[in-house]
Design a binder for this molecule. Structure first.
Ligand code: RIB
Length: 294
């Protein structure tokens, strides 16, 4: 089977990760256990996940002219992602301050930097989107740029997969152009009935796996392998990237593959550092195939 061509439009950040036993309450100071800088950003994580899982991936995004820019570009290149659509814009790159507690749960604050300046598509971006099998987007760059890309994808028969994270209000028009929405439990609750109009809805359920609802209303639920959780940062992104790679094989197989990828991503600290390869995902699946029902 030929590898799918996936265009990922989205953010790329340097993640400033602090580990601590317990995340602080408002106004409280707690002592940390460690600190690391790890490339991340929902867009970059999804691009790296899709590439490591076997897709041919092109990333459309922006880095800044600060010290983080070259490091962020390098992690994409090292993962086999095509960075010809990665712009360098004057000013800082995106950064995310992340606190991870001993249960592996996190709190994240993102400052957009160059991501927030990613306005409009160039001719090469439009060509790449038109040529792709799937356009994969999230919501950490300006919404008008996402709308432009999604319209162009639909006009050219490219499947639109949207991970509406961080959740925010989107136009009726945009929702009407989405083929596949990938959300977590909290986003599903927040978006509620808005998601009813999307033909394919995929909801990730953490340790409980994921479920899919298709255009005919039929549901499929899938479980993933049990793992020792270190850090959940980027697990949803890894799921989305892997899902895009296997989407053409049908929801049950795509979800099983994506659940295994997402589970493995929680076993290592840091977003991009934790993203598994296709071989690692397949090994995990043969050890614990998971189950599909529905
Ligand atoms: O989804 C995880 C990502 O969210 C982090 O890598 C951080 O950069 C933020 O974008």
């Amino acid at each position: 089977m030929t590898a799918p061509l996936i265009a990922v439009l989205g953010s790329i950040n340097m993640d400033l990760v602090t580990t601590t036993d317990r995340r602080p309450d408002p106004g409280e100071t707690v002592l940390g256990r460690g600190f690391a800088m790890v490339p991340g950003g929902k867009g970059a994580n999804q691009a790296i996940a899709a590439s490591r899982a076997g897709g041919l991936v092109l990333f459309l995004g922006a880095i800044g002219t600060d010290v983080f820019g070259p490091q962020l570009r390098a992690v994409l290149t090292a993962s086999g992602v095509d960075t010809t659509g990665l712009r360098t814009l004057d000013g800082p790159s995106g950064v995310a301050s992340i606190v991870v507690d001993s249960a592996g749960e996190n709190s994240i604050v993102v400052v957009g930097g160059a991501n927030a300046e990613l306005t409009g598509l160039g001719a090469a971006d439009r060509t790449a989107i038109a040529a792709a099998d799937i356009l994969l987007c999230q919501l950490e760059i300006p919404i008008p740029t996402i709308e432009e890309a999604v319209r162009h994808a639909r006009d050219n028969g490219t499947v639109v997969m949207l991970n509406p994270s961080p959740a925010q209000r989107l136009s009726e028009e945009l929702w009407g152009l989405v083929d596949v929405a990938v959300v977590n439990r909290g986003e599903a609750e927040e978006l509620g009935g808005t998601l009813d109009r999307v033909p394919h809805l995929v909801v990730t359920l953490g340790a409980d796996g994921a479920r899919h609802r298709g255009p005919d209303g039929a549901e499929t639920a899938v479980t993933g392998p049990a793992v020792e959780v270190v850090d959940t940062t980027g697990a949803g992104d890894t799921f989305a990237g892997a899902l895009a790679v296997r989407w053409s094989r049908g929801p049950a197989e795509a979800l099983r593959f994506a659940c295994a990828a997402g589970a493995l991503a929680t076993t290592v600290l840091g977003a991009s550092a934790a993203i598994p390869s296709r071989a690692e995902i397949e090994t995990a699946l043969s050890a614990a195939p998971g189950s599909a029902s529905g």
